[in-house]
Design a protein around this ligand. Structure first.
Ligand code: PLP
Length: 400
């Protein structure tokens, strides 16, 4: 079974249809490029929703993983292992925080943050039992668990999964007054993406994140930044919050933390917050396993030099300058984003985001549409300027 159509037919027959992939079957990859089972090459301008910030088959990450594969891969947290302390120490230092709680997927890290905020609310803030409230934003994406979709406003993500977990209030994203009105004495946390990725790379108005920081500090509420997609270099900084000089109480990390090799996620905060957990109160069989820690440690080391942030800034400026030239004349209505990350809104009369993604695929570029008429562009940060320009040429050909 090797041809594209055979593979897709078999996948359709034997896997749940909870995705609608582009009709390409990838067999290998390197850097910003993937090769399909027919031998065709494509420029990956999605990068695993930013899980592949460091590119496919990154040497340093593969070496770190291979070394660790040969030594020990799993101990469970019943025992210590010799990569754990290093990973937690280095990641905490990168975040300017005291402590790390490692998990695997992004959704698990968000769940962990929700538990952290509630426990902190009852044990530290003194919220009456059962009353803890977390304020979130409209059009958020924080993952797929039952609790997380309980506070989603996306009908596709949420419908049919009730009864829903209570304890969340949803306010419009970017609206400080609405947030101020929602925060009350029972509020334990505000949970936000500093840039909303799945919603279409929505950048909040200037001053919003700083305003959230000021409000939460004044009201004794945790500011929890879901930097799973926006963090770790994508926007030109280690964290998207840095663009507004904001330090949240809790960082939620995932995706690129595992270097596209293994799932690695984490909640990172100071001792007065993460110190609420005692043995047995939370856990994960795979969380903080030796392989995950070895890869995560290398990711942190790579981010320490600032070279990836620098690339994202320089190539991102170029990307946004070029996309800006496309805006207004023709199908492109609006372009948003920061660093090497853009949401391109298409006039629906020129076709759906899906149709445009398929046209781009035919020209050797892989992107993914979101919410009907937005195309999301997020190539690996290792992409060369020449490859980025070639990708932009294909985009121009399809969009003009
Ligand atoms: C992808 C994502 C998640 C969920 O991560 P998974 O690893 O898919 O569970 C959560 N929050 C944000 C902002 C994301 O982009």
């Amino acid at each position: 079974m090797s041809t594209t159509q055979d593979q897709i037919r078999a996948a359709d027959a034997h896997s749940a249809h909870n995705y609608h992939p582009l009709p390409v079957v990838i067999a290998s990859a390197e850097g910003a490029w993937v090769t399909d089972v027919e031998g065709e090459r494509y420029l990956d301008m999605l990068a695993g929703y930013s899980a592949l910030n460091f590119g496919h088959g990154n040497r340093r990450l593969l070496d770190a993983a291979r070394d660790q594969l040969e030594r020990v891969t799993l101990t469970s947290r019943a025992f210590h292992h010799d990569r754990f302390a290093d990973f937690c120490t280095q990641l905490a230092a990168m975040c300017g925080k005291d402590m790390v709680l490692p998990m695997n997927t992004g959704a698990e890290a968000v769940e962990t943050a929700v538990k952290t905020a509630r426990k902190w609310g009852y044990r530290v803030k003194g919220v009456p039992e059962g009353r803890a409230k977390i304020v979130v934003a409209e059009n958020n994406f924080h993952g797929r668990t039952t609790t997380i979709v309980s506070f989603s406003t996306d009908p596709e993500a949420r419908a049919d999964y009730g009864p829903y977990t209570p304890g969340f209030e949803i306010v419009p994203y970017g609206d400080l007054d609405a947030l101020r009105a929602a925060v009350d004495d029972d509020t334990v946390a505000v949970l936000l993406e500093p840039i909303q990725g799945e919603a279409g790379v929505l950048v909040p108005p200037p001053g919003y994140l700083a305003g959230v920081r000021e409000l939460t500090a004044a009201r004794g509420v945790l500011f929890m930044a879901d930097e799973i997609q926006s963090g770790l270099g994508r926007t030109g900084r280690t964290f998207a919050c840095e663009h507004e000089g904001v330090v949240p109480d809790v960082y939620i990390l995932g995706k690129a933390l595992g270097g596209g090799v293994v799932p690695v996620s984490a909640v990172v905060a100071d001792r007065d917050v993460l110190g609420v957990f005692h043995p047995g109160e939370h856990g994960s069989t795979f969380g903080g396993n030796p392989l995950a820690c070895a890869v995560g440690l290398e990711v942190v080391a790579m981010l320490r030099t600032g070279e990836f942030q620098q690339r994202a800034t320089e190539l991102g400026d170029h990307l946004h300058a070029e996309l800006g030239l496309l805006t207004g004349n023709g199908p492109v209505r609006e372009v948003r984003g920061r660093g090497l990350w853009a949401g391109v809104d298409i006039d629906p009369s020129y076709g759906t985001g899906r149709e445009l993604s398929e046209k781009l695929m035919a020209r050797g570029v892989l992107v993914k549409d979101t919410h009907g008429s937005t195309i999301r562009i997020a190539p690996p940060l290792v992409i060369s300027k020449e490859d980025l320009d070639w990708g932009l040429d294909q985009l121009r050909a399809v969009l003009t």
